[in-house]
Design a protein around this ligand. Sequence first.
Ligand SMILES: [Zn+2]
Length: 364
Amino acid sequence: MSPDPSARPLRRQIAVEHPQFRLFRDMPGDYLAEEFLAHIRTTGAPESFPGIHPGPLDKTEPFRKLAAFSIDRMKRPDGDMAYCPMCHQPNKYLEGAFVYLTDLKAVAAIGHECAAKENRVAADKDYRARRDQRAEEDYLLANLPHVARKMAAIRAVRPAAAEALRVFRLLRKDAPDAVRQLRAIKQKGARLTVAEAIDAKLAEIGPSGFKGSSGKQTRDAVFGVLAGTTAVINDFNPMTELNRIEAVLKVFPECGSEDDALETICRMPDAERKWATIRLRQTDSDFRKFQARMADFCAFFTAENIARIDAWTQHPEHPSRFRITRAEQQGSVTLSIYSYEDRFRAVIAPVIAAYDAEWPAAES
Ligand SMILES: [Zn+2]
């Protein structure tokens, strides 16, 4: 059997004409994309990457995307753009894709909009899916071994959350008037102000001085900004916040080491791996939010803040005055609020400030 050259498919001929391009039986791993990107960074010339398919390629040549890249034009010897083997055009592109040609078993660099649309869309989708999967695996690998320490962090801050919740509920129950007034302040930008009448003699100078009580001229007496408004919002439940985080963490198996984690990740179907990554990431931001709310809640009870509130409510023209006092003994703060409606007194345990447990969050 003598081979008939005219019967050979075009691809074989290219292979013969350019024997220098390298064959890859399977899609090459990340190492090759990294080598390619390094080559582009130094030379700006995808054409000269060792073993690359020189083209020409058919527009519909099937491929999988290995990397996206952009070329720094200043790096190119002639300052031109790269040759695209799929358009068969020199000076064609700066934004490209490094691809694996699945039928030709070779790698090539093509302009990012050059392939037939259907192939390009499919390759992009596949590329994104692989990239997402890699990111998820990396995240889980770094974070699954920390689940046990995150559970420990939750346990460590529970007493602080329990004390905050107790005080929050007591405020609502025993100081409803003060809470209502302070919530109104929060809704108006948290500035503690009292509208006070301008001196009658000054007011008489202007025509509005004769308008009677409804047209009374006033100005705002300002006592600063109310801190710790979390203490007066409608709904604050740090215990529920912790329970939600813990419920997510409990779903994950104990992974003492990276090897354990790797085994767990490998067993996960795609959807489960995606879900696990989202939920586990969520615990990081939820715990940060928990701490921020606790810090804000505690800020309500500082000596400075209580003094501001007291000055505000003691103003002679405050429409509905109450007494608020704070005493501190051996780290415990005693807060009292009294008015016609309110009878509040609480000794706040120092443990309320212990919401600062170490939360291991490995980003990858
Ligand atoms: Zn092209």
